[in-house]
Design a protein around this ligand. Structure first.
Ligand SMILES: Nc1ncnc2c1ncn2[C@@H]1O[C@H](COP(=O)(O)OP(=O)(O)OC[C@H]2O[C@@H]([n+]3cccc(C(=O)O)c3)[C@H](O)[C@@H]2O)[C@@H](O)[C@H]1O
Ligand SMILES: Nc1ncnc2c1ncn2[C@@H]1O[C@H](COP(=O)(O)OP(=O)(O)OP(=O)(O)O)[C@@H](O)[C@H]1O
Ligand SMILES: NC(=O)CC[C@H](N)C(=O)O
Length: 550
């Protein structure tokens, strides 16, 4: 019997650290060779520069740095092992998204990605020229074909490999959103069947700005059945075996890791997104305002799971509208999770600002019931204090807004919107509730990490006496149902009304969404978990005269 061991290197590069990523690759090849007796080691798409490098791809020094990194890899390779890795490369005057093959100190073949995605979060045509040729490498008697991510999402160009290769190596960076893994597996399964060839789907893991990559690399046999499945959300080397018992090369059954689904994978995405943002940016940790409400409570739970309690600080900043229940719940949660906790009352600061503003406001009519100046001052004092704590301690402020609030502008600019990163940014409020309940159910010995009262009480910004979110917004299930139709599904105002929602509520919500693009543009980045996150995937002009309707 002959066999070929291919190791899928599910690694996490640092975008832009080209030399560092080459060193990471060299170490992974060594480990794959020692631990798994690898004959072939495959890395994800663009691994040397990391995904997505965006306009770093336009830097003049890029080509020289990539060449130096490839030379470094060539000088430190394990003899006899074939390494396939992604990088950008100038060939002639054109930049290509390449997969190169290295063996015994020599780069022996190169494949240029043919299908360049330019939708959703992708902008590859801004940088790359499409390749037009297949690439087959022979290694230890096995014919290996190369392919890069989007190539397999189209019928062509993989079709050309049918009957020509024994295994197709696919290098990928496929940003995660809810349901993505199922979508991905369905597409790649179809491709394996169509060309009747086993496929090794090698995927990046980790986080980069707003994008998260789930790993979960896998290998399919020529009937499209998964024979090897790497774990999601963690780095690792996953071997797969091609065996020939006389009747040709077949993919042998291998390890099959359990893959998290639904809330578990959503929660993992938030944890990985925050952990990698903080680690790669070099912060000592994070600080957040803990209000006794659900958004900051869930953000705190994610932060502790991502960074450990010793790198997280929580601050309760009470004012006259803060209920005792909020103070108690904040303290209970912080102590339960073992994070540093302090109370910084904001009364003196709000009063000082009121006094300074008093003279300027004196000539104006008394504020109307709708005037939010005083409410926003409270939020801005809190934001100022959090930024001061972050400055002095080398921390980053974790901002806690969710997608429902960001959609309708229910947040204060330079107030509760201060912060470097947001874990809930792409989660509707109803999803926040679901995830908080899920996290509580995972507590050790059933102990909730979020006090149940925080989940059960009616949501309030506590910026005015007896204030409830429902005073200014439809209840969250209704708000989210309208928002999901308007934002995720692009339904028009009239179409949403026709689906049975109250016209007045739909008009109000749609107007708020349209009017608050200015606020979203100034909001912190956060983990993308949907197919239609604000920012890259939903780009609207701030100033515009579009009338909502049909
Ligand atoms: N198109 C545009 N382009 C650029 N800037 C624009 C703008 N339209 C308004 N602005 C500016 O923005 C200001 C209004 O924005 P901003 O000052 O933020 O204030 P605003 O949006 O008027 O009020 C904040 C709202 O968020 C609610 N809130 C605050 C804090 C926490 C929570 C919560 O539960 O999470 C809710 C609060 O109850 C209130 O309804 C305007 O005064 C104007 O200066
Ligand atoms: N009393 C407070 N102490 C500390 N932080 C606060 C306080 N009030 C508000 N914040 C911060 O501002 C954010 C916005 O809070 P607010 O209560 O106004 O609305 P929210 O969106 O319902 O959030 P939450 O559900 O966390 O209360 C909070 O998540 C928290 O980070
Ligand atoms: N990097 C890519 O080519 C990714 C595109 C692909 N359809 C995905 O998200 O999986």
């Amino acid at each position: 019997m002959r066999q070929l061991i291919t190791v899928m290197a599910q690694c996490d590069p640092l975008v832009g650290d080209i030399e560092g990523n080459a060193v990471r690759a060299v170490e992974a090849v060594r480990e794959a060779s020692i631990e798994h007796h690898a004959d072939v080691v495959v890395f994800p798409e663009l691994f040397l520069v990391g995904y997505s490098p965006e306009d770093l791809l336009l830097r003049e020094a890029l080509e020289a740095r990539v060449s130096k990194a490839r030379a470094l890899m060539a000088s430190r390779m394990v003899p006899g092992v074939l390494v396939v890795i992604g990088y950008p490369g100038l060939r002639g005057s054109q930049l290509y998204n390449l997969a190169g093959a290295l063996r015994d100190g020599e780069w022996i073949a190169e494949y240029a990605k043919q299908a360049l995605p330019n939708y959703g979060v992708f902008d590859e045509r801004r940088y790359f020229t499409a390749g037009d040729a297949l690439c087959v490498i022979e290694h230890q008697g096995v014919r290996l074909g190369l392919s890069i991510c989007e190539d397999l999402w189209l019928t062509e160009p993989a079709a050309g490999y049918a009957g020509q290769v024994d295994l197709l190596l696919s290098l990928n960076c496929s940003p995660w959103h809810l349901g993505k893994l199922d979508e991905r597996i369905a597409v790649i399964t179809q491709r394996a069947r169509a060309i009747s060839t086993p496929i090794a789907y090698v995927h990046q893991v980790g986080g980069q700005d707003d994008l998260v990559f789930d790993g979960a690399s896998f290998a399919l046999d020529s009937d499209g059945r998964i024979q090897v499945q790497a774990p999601a959300w963690e780095e690792g080397l996953m071997p797969l075996r091609l065996v020939d018992e006389g009747s040709g090369w077949q993919l042998a059954p291998g390890e099959r890791a359990r893959i998290a689904q639904d809330e578990e994978s959503l929660y993992c995405a938030l944890v990985v997104g925050l952990r990698e943002y903080v680690r790669k940016s070099g912060f000592a940790g994070v600080v957040l305002g803990l209000s006794g409400g659900i958004d900051s409570a869930l953000s705190l739970a994610v932060a502790v799971d991502a960074l450990g309690p010793e790198r997280v600080r929580a601050v309760m900043m009470p004012y006259r509208y803060t209920a005792d229940m909020s103070r108690d719940d904040a303290a209970t949660q912080a102590h339960g999770l073992g994070v540093a906790f302090e109370e910084l009352p904001i009364g003196a600061a709000v009063e000082a600002l009121d006094a300074i503003l008093g003279e300027s406001f004196a000539s104006l009519d008394p504020p109307s019931a709708q005037d939010v100046t005083e409410q926003n001052l409270q939020a801005r004092v809190r934001g100022t204090l959090l930024m001061a704590l972050a400055n002095r301690r080398g921390l980053m402020v974790l901002t806690t807004g969710n997608k429902s609030e960001m959609a309708v502008g229910y947040a204060t600019l330079y107030g509760d919107m201060v912060g470097g990163y947001s874990v809930l940014k792409d989660l509707y409020k109803t999803q926040v509730y679901g995830l908080a309940r899920w996290r509580n159910a995972q507590g050790e010995h059933g102990a909730p990490v979020i006090p149940p009262r925080v989940i059960e009480r009616a949501p309030s910004a506590e910026l005015a006496e007896g204030q409830l979110d429902s005073d200014s917004l439809p209840d969250y299930p209704t708000l989210d149902a309208i928002l999901m139709r308007y934002i995720e599904q692009d339904h028009s105002l009239e179409a949403i009304v026709a689906e049975g929602f109250e016209r007045e509520a739909v008009e109000r919500v749609v107007a708020l969404v349209d009017r608050n693009e200015f606020k979203r543009r100034q909001s912190a980045p956060g983990v993308r978990v949907s197919k239609r996150a604000f920012g890259r995937e939903r780009r609207y002009p701030i100033v515009n005269g579009w009338k909502p309707g049909d």
